[in-house]
Design a protein around this ligand. Structure first.
Ligand code: ACO
Length: 334
């Protein structure tokens, strides 16, 4: 029996209008454009206006994605939102998006896996399509990271931005194209190195947690850096070996955008020419679950993806969590 393959058939995005450049940050914290560019490759980031919430961005990315391919919201059967910054603990962001876009026949849920949330959601949606039970799965990666930042921690303050991307998964019409292979991993060893400590059931919000800055992201940047390079590169190489791919066969590598130096170190470990890597961290910073769909959007927009192209995606995030996807691009060039 032949497998129903899942394929990405549309890509959409939403970026908040407000842009903060490194120069703008110089007025808020003790930093410089030069330090940020040299250490991270970031030049600017988008920031959502306070009070709007994740579903505002996620629903707009979803609408953009569906409009591009002419699919009605009522045709969607599943919505998965990869996120670390839901509007609230419950209901899920997926429920809010369902209402906002009027996807009246959908079920769905949020998926929390740090910056790997989109990749885990993409591969979960893939299995739903492969099972034959679902036909149109909307996978969204959306995060309002600026809520987690305090000017008291300048090394983290400069790293993140807000943004959302969405893809539509459908059964592939060509069995050779679509999502071919993936691997996902978690290791709780990462807990102390990258976390938002307060606000959950272990440390619910109190005056003390607020005073201790426990509702902001904490990270041990150097440790996260090392794990990110090793695990993203290893999983990408594993995907290539398992699928008998040489570097020359690969058309595009889509890595999570956490730091330009992490991306370059990954490419080096993979022995891959940097021209085959999509990089947009300079414009958007780290949008956590947004990075990979925003990269796919830019790749399509810039004409860097054509039907049949061989693509490896790799992610790394809190947990630790990481994963890789091998796909052959199924969309026609626009
Ligand atoms: N501006 C100016 N100077 C700064 C800043 C800043 N914004 N931040 C830190 N510095 C200073 C430090 O105080 C330090 O000064 P000192 O030497 O006088 O003590 C110096 O710069 C070097 O600091 P380091 O922390 O050693 O800098 P490093 O080269 O490690 O870069 C960084 C820090 C950018 C955070 C890096 O470690 C990193 O990117 N790590 C990975 C982070 C990451 O990817 N996180 C997200 C993971 S994905 C997810 O799930 C969320």
């Amino acid at each position: 029996m032949s497998l129903t393959r899942a394929a990405i058939t549309s890509v959409g995005r939403f970026l908040p209008k407000r842009i903060l450049t490194n120069k703008d940050l110089e007025g808020i914290i003790d930093t410089s454009d030069e330090w940020i560019v040299q250490r991270t490759g970031i030049r600017s980031r988008h920031c959502l206006e306070p009070g709007l919430g994740n579903s505002y961005m996620a629903s707009r990315a979803a609408k953009d994605c569906l409009k591009r391919v002419g699919v009605l919201p009522s045709e969607i059967d599943t919505i998965i939102v990869g996120t670390i910054s839901p509007d609230m603990f419950f209901p899920s962001t997926a429920c809010l998006v369902q209402k906002m876009i009027r996807a009246n026949n959908a079920w769905g849920f949020d998926l929390s896996a740090g910056c790997s949330g989109f990749l885990f959601a993409l591969t979960t949606g893939t299995m739903f399509i492969e099972s034959g039970r679902y036909k149109k799965v909307l996978v969204i990666g959306s995060d309002v990271n600026t809520i987690y930042l305090t000017p008291e921690d300048r090394s983290t303050y400069v790293l993140f931005g807000d943004g959302a991307g969405a893809v539509l998964l459908e059964p592939s019409v060509d069995p050779d194209l679509g999502i071919i292979d993936f691997e996902k991993r978690i290791d709780g060893v990462g807990e102390p190195y990258l976390q938002v400590k307060g606000g959950g059931s272990r440390r619910p919000a109190t005056l003390e947690t607020v005073k201790n800055n426990e509702h902001f992201v904490y990270q041990d940047g150097k440790t996260v850096f090392k794990y990110a390079v090793k695990n993203m590169a290893d999983v990408a190489v594993a995907m290539m070996e398992r699928n008998n791919l040489q570097n020359s066969d690969l058309d595009l590598f889509v890595p999570h955008q956490a730091n330009l130096r992490i991306i370059e170190a990954c490419a080096k470990r993979m022995d891959l020419d940097i021209s085959k890597v999509i990089i947009n961290i300079d414009k958007y910073a780290n949008t956590t679950c947004g990075t990979i769909p925003l990269c796919l959007y830019d790749a399509v927009d810039q004409g860097r993806l054509k039907k049949g192209d061989r693509v490896i995606i790799a992610s790394f995030g809190a947990g630790f969590s990481w994963g890789g996807v091998y796909l052959r691009w199924a969309m026609n060039s626009t």
